[in-house]
Design a protein around this ligand. Structure first.
Ligand SMILES: [Zn+2]
Length: 285
């Protein structure tokens, strides 16, 4: 694979094949005792060809002694050191980067990754990735998937990601999020939002007008609200209603996106397009 950082907000990813998958792990909170880190390793092992993105809030980073948001039970024993942050960086480099270096596209940031910078003026994520020169994106941006087609031409499949959905909540406002994101990012063929630990995948058809040829074209945009790897609901429960996340259970899993070139008949001609089909890989006890 080849990664080209076009600018702060755009990363171009060129895989070595034209049929491949990307597993997007969002809200991993991966050093937390409540995260399904072992299961994630199993998923990566079961899909050895898949590329990897660690979406926002990949680390939890809030169990420091003076962090008011911390919960003691969320820190695994071996990270409970006086240099807690060093322990997290060392451990996570071993777990998340070393075994997957050759198929890791990037890390992106969420509020857990940025709040540590706001509170302590240090970018832990930079520290985590710089030794291995891994790409680090901010909380929103584009990943341009460049697939080699015939005759040396490339077809681009733009993924837009944004950690916070514009409006939270699957039941009441989820579709409003989809509408807003699609209107704001008309060039994306897939839009991923994270953060609320709720999940949906919905296809939408977009009509584009080519003013030069006075013609219309249509394409499918996949809108994905990603699941989490943190089982926030596990452990001691004081009441069925959880103060922090306002619900009793979250959906645990990751998104797997399968890419391939497809021949389609549209606009009165045969076209080859870069297509992507999203799936869930869900965690079951
Ligand atoms: Zn978040």
């Amino acid at each position: 694979m080849k990664l080209t950082r076009c600018n702060e907000n755009i990363l171009q990813f060129s895989p070595s094949k034209n049929k491949f998958s990307i597993i997007w792990v969002a809200d991993g909170h991966l050093e937390s005792a409540k995260s399904k880190l072992k299961w994630m390793h199993k998923v990566f092992k079961d899909n050895p060809e898949a590329y990897i993105v660690y979406g926002g809030d990949n680390l939890d980073l809030m169990q420091g002694k003076y962090d008011k948001r911390g919960a003691k039970g969320d820190t695994p024993e071996h990270l409970n050191r006086s240099d807690y942050i060093n322990a997290v960086v060392e451990e996570m480099r071993k777990e998340l980067i070393e075994p997957y270096k050759d198929r890791l596209i990037c890390f992106t940031k969420g509020n857990h990754n940025t709040s540590i910078t706001r509170h302590h003026e240090v970018d832990i994520m930079k520290w985590l990735v710089e030794k291995d020169d891994i790409q680090l994106m901010h909380t929103a941006g584009f990943i341009l998937v460049e697939i080699k087609a015939r005759k040396g031409t490339n077809l681009t499949f733009p993924i837009y990601f944004q950690h916070h959905p514009p409006s939270g909540g699957k039941r009441s406002k989820g579709m409003l999020s989809v509408d807003l994101l699609m209107a704001e990012h008309p060039d994306a063929k897939c839009i991923i939002s994270e953060h609320i630990h709720e999940t949906f995948i919905t296809p939408q058809t977009v009509e584009r007008l080519n003013v030069r040829s006075k013609s219309l074209s249509y394409n499918t945009v996949w809108c994905i609200q990603a699941p989490t790897l943190k089982a926030e609901h596990e452990g001691k429960k004081e009441g069925f209603f959880h103060e922090r996340i306002k619900k009793s259970a979250t959906t645990i899993g990751a998104i797997k996106m399968d890419f391939e070139l497809k021949r389609v008949y549209s606009d009165n001609k045969d076209n080859t397009i870069a297509s992507m089909t999203p799936n869930w890989i869900l965690y079951y006890d």
